[in-house]
Design a protein around this ligand. Structure first.
Ligand SMILES: [Zn+2]
Length: 79
């Protein structure tokens, strides 16, 4: 489970683009997102369930989704 910061991981609702050193920030933030996708792919390939939440999301709801995923994997014997 990851909680992604809205700025650092380019939330579709809250991402901002700094104007100072804009090109540097563009590369930095794009690299963060690309690394997120690579991490997701690696973990999924290893059999992990990858759950990502934005920092703006309701964490009680996130916790419920995590509990649901754990229960689901237990019932299928994948945990
Ligand atoms: Zn956000």
């Amino acid at each position: 489970m990851f909680v992604d910061g809205c700025f650092w991981h380019r939330c579709p609702l809250h991402a901002t683009a700094p104007t100072t050193n804009g090109a540097w920030w563009e590369r930095k933030l794009n690299a963060n997102v690309a690394r997120d996708r690579e991490t997701d792919a690696w973990l999924t390939a290893l059999g992990w369930s990858v759950l990502r939440f934005w920092e703006h999301e309701d964490m009680e709801h996130a916790a419920a989704l995590i509990a649901h995923e754990v229960a689901s994997r237990r019932s299928t014997g994948t945990v």
